[in-house]
Design a protein around this ligand. Structure first.
Ligand code: WT7
Length: 683
């Protein structure tokens, strides 16, 4: 059982404490933990306003010069340990050996909930902002503990065991948080699948993770529309032999068919004891998987650890947003993405904060929804995507000005680059020029924010992610992997360190983890993004350099889309590129060659196939990945070696016909004129 005290007194004495002897050449990584600076009960928030200040600079320097001391002190202060750790970090980046706080024992749900019971049992942990405005529900830390325990007991009875993978297919609602924390309490690894994925998308993720249980709801509700989530789960689970049980929470309360493996979660929870023992987990045990797309292959189950991830989520949440005790923090996005995990759940709860779970959309019931919610819930920190900001900017300032936004202090942006126009509007119209704007760059793989100003930082520019968070060494490399030193350089972005929050592996595919992230530039973690460091040393993200699209902040691998398109019986070949979109950032643009014998240039036949392809993507992956444009042509531009020239396809999609460049080296230069002609008809 977990004690509420942290037993640092158990820490072995300095000499002879290391029972694990690291390889001699890397002895420096074995860092002793000093027992003297730890305050076991101190979960208060006392960070300085460090942004851009000398304080930031000196703290950053310390975090780079001596990461073990920096993170070690933080880990003692912010994590509640059942057993202290022995070795702060062991990182051998080239073989993907990343370990933080080895020897330590803890439980994530205890850290997010039980830890706060003495100090803030009646403080609000969650505010559920339901789809219909004005019906919010508040959950205190005490209620959260009771719900998490009841759900953990239910899951235990349903056969969930330590290290099982449990898939969550749920809307943004408190039950999703209970489910994440209940899994953590049992030592099970949760894998949340965004509710926008189709049955096939869900089944692929269940099968890849060999999940034993699914937690879902009867139906979801979004923008006034009902989403048949249990039905989607039924369709998916029919293709998933590993699933033993499906647990169904109530959202709409409408009756849904219940089969032999289905359990009514609410009923089971009501009959469960509100106390549940927490499994004692090791620092490096996996807390969760989250699937994300890459440039090749099937989606990857990015795996995050327990201690390091929790620490990184909580530190970034506090520092980047300047989160203070009592503040109301709102991530206006879905729990099914990494941002929902780190800043909707784990960061705020680790810090004893109040997190708003936003179930709706920026446009429901009207374009004032965000701002009305800010006023009603007195939100202090708001975190959302450039797509949402651009959408609301286009509706005019009246929507914003109708509401009292004086509670706002920090405004965050995430998921894609924010263009200066949107940035300035966010700062001036929403923030009235008195809020900090933080443009935060990071990825599913990094667990938390990597490059961003800290709140109060004055040394910022519209559109720049600005500077690294503590412990992060961002490197800009040329195509040969040489580091570009100094300012005014541009290249690909790689990270020279593996801090506590970095992903540890791709679930059951460690070799792929190495191939994707660690082998492209040995000694670095490769991000897939381009970046530049300007003359002032500020970092700007220039976009993906691989074949990954970013549509409304949703990451979509072109290879995955092409595989679906190619599986259509009439399609011979396809190439998917991104096209600039004023609101979504990018939209999906597909080029398709039909099977021989299928009539190209027959508009009616082509239109049918195009409709079919769009439907297919929605059904097989999800509506968010649907192509906005499809061009059918009897050929695609190729090099002599048969490689499709995507560069040309991107230019045609963008309508930049004069910038296509030399096409004489193509195998089939004539096809470009046809593509341009078809593209022009779309305007
Ligand atoms: C990709 C990661 C970060 C959590 C949500 C998305 C792009 C993310 C920014 C930013 C420019 C950004 C990158 C990155 N991205 N934030 N502030 N400026 N680009 O997580 O789905 O793992 O996607 O989103 O291209 O690689 P994700």
């Amino acid at each position: 059982m977990f004690s509420m005290r942290v037993l640092w007194s158990r820490l072995p004495s300095v000499t002879g404490a290391l029972t694990v002897r690291p390889p001699s050449s890397l002895a420096r990584i074995a860092q002793r933990v000093s027992a003297t600076t730890f305050h076991s009960r101190d979960t208060s928030i006392d960070y300085p306003d460090a942004g851009g200040s000398p304080e930031y600079k000196s703290m950053y320097q310390r975090s780079i010069d001596d990461p073990d001391t920096f993170w070690g002190l933080a880990a003692k202060k912010h994590l509640l340990w059942e057993r202290p750790y022995d070795i702060t970090s062991s990182v051998f980046l080239e073989e993907g050996f990343i370990s933080w706080f080895h020897g330590g024992k803890l439980n994530a749900s205890v850290n997010c909930v039980d830890k706060h019971i003495k100090l803030r049992a009646n403080a609000t942990a969650l505010i559920w902002e339901k789809d219909e405005p004005g019906q919010e529900e508040r959950i205190t830390y005490h209620m959260l503990l009771s719900k998490v325990c009841r759900m953990a007991n239910t899951l235990r009875r349903a056969g969930v065991r330590k290290y099982d993978v449990v898939t969550l297919y749920m809307p943004t609602m408190p039950e999703a948080v209970y489910a994440m924390l209940a899994c953590a309490r049992l030592g099970a690894t949760h894998s949340v699948v965004f509710a926008g994925f189709s049955a096939d998308g869900l089944a692929a993720r269940i099968n890849s993770s060999n999940s034993t249980h699914v937690i879902t709801v009867d139906e979801g509700v979004r923008a006034g529309k009902i989403l048949p989530m249990k039905k989607t789960v039924d369709e998916a689970v029919a293709k998933c032999p590993s699933i033993k049980q499906v647990l169904v929470c109530k959202r709409t309360g409408n009756p849904v068919p219940m089969g032999p493996i289905d359990l009514d979660m609410n009923l089971e929870m009501k009959n469960s004891r509100p106390y549940s023992t927490a499994e004692v987990m090791s620092s490096e045990d996996l807390l969760f998987l989250l699937y994300t797309s890459g440039s090749t292959g099937a989606p990857k189950g990015i795996a995050h650890s327990t201690a390091g991830y929790l620490l990184y989520a909580s530190m970034t949440h506090k520092y980047v947003f300047d989160y203070k005790e009592g503040d109301v923090f709102a991530f206006f996005g879905d729990l099914g993405w990494i941002t929902g995990h780190s800043y909707g759940v784990y960061g705020p709860l680790m810090n004893g904060g109040t997190s708003v779970l936003f179930e709706s959309t920026p446009a429901y019931p009207d374009y004032g929804r965000f701002w009305e919610t800010v006023e009603r819930l007195k939100i202090n920190q708001l975190y959302t995507s450039p797509t949402a900001i651009r959408l609301l900017l286009q509706q005019g300032d009246e929507w914003v000005n109708k509401y009292d936004l004086s509670s706002l202090k920090t405004l965050g942006s995430v998921g894609e680059a924010i263009n200066p126009e949107a940035y300035n509007w966010y700062r001036d119209v929403v923030g009235k020029g008195r809020c900090s704007i933080v443009d935060t760059w990071w990825q599913t793989e990094t667990g938390g924010i990597m490059i961003s100003p800290l709140a109060h930082d004055k040394d910022t520019k519209a559109g720049a992610a600005t500077r690294p968070f503590f412990g992060v060494i961002p490197s800009i490399l040329d195509p040969n992997g040489n580091e570009l030193e100094g300012n005014d350089v541009e290249g690909v972005l790689a990270i020279k360190t593996a801090g506590p929050g970095m992903a540890r592996t791709i679930y059951r595919q460690h070799e792929r983890f190495l191939e994707t992230y660690l082998k492209p530039f040995p000694g670095y973690f490769y991000t897939g993004d381009g970046a530049k460091r300007d003359k002032d040393g500020h970092i700007w993200i220039t976009g993906r350099v691989d074949d990954v699209l970013n549509v409304s902040g949703h990451r979509i691998g072109t290879a995955e889309l092409e595989a679906e398109i190619n599986s259509h019986p009439l399609v011979a070949e396809s190439a998917v590129v991104g096209r600039h979109d004023d609101i979504k950032g990018q939209s999906v643009f597909a080029y398709v060659t039909l099977m021989q014998g299928t009539k190209h240039n027959d508009p009616a036949a082509e239109a049918d196939i195009v409709t079919d392809l769009k439907k297919r993507i929605s059904a097989k992956i999800g509506g968010f990945a649907r192509p906005d444009n499809v061009i059918c042509n009897n050929d695609l531009p190729k090099t002599n070696s048969g490689k499709i020239m995507r560069r040309i396809l991107r230019k045609v999609a963008a309508g930049e016909y004069t910038e296509i460049g030399d096409i004489s080296t193509l195998n089939n230069p004539d096809c470009v004129a046809n593509l341009i002609e078809k593209r022009k008809k779309m305007d």
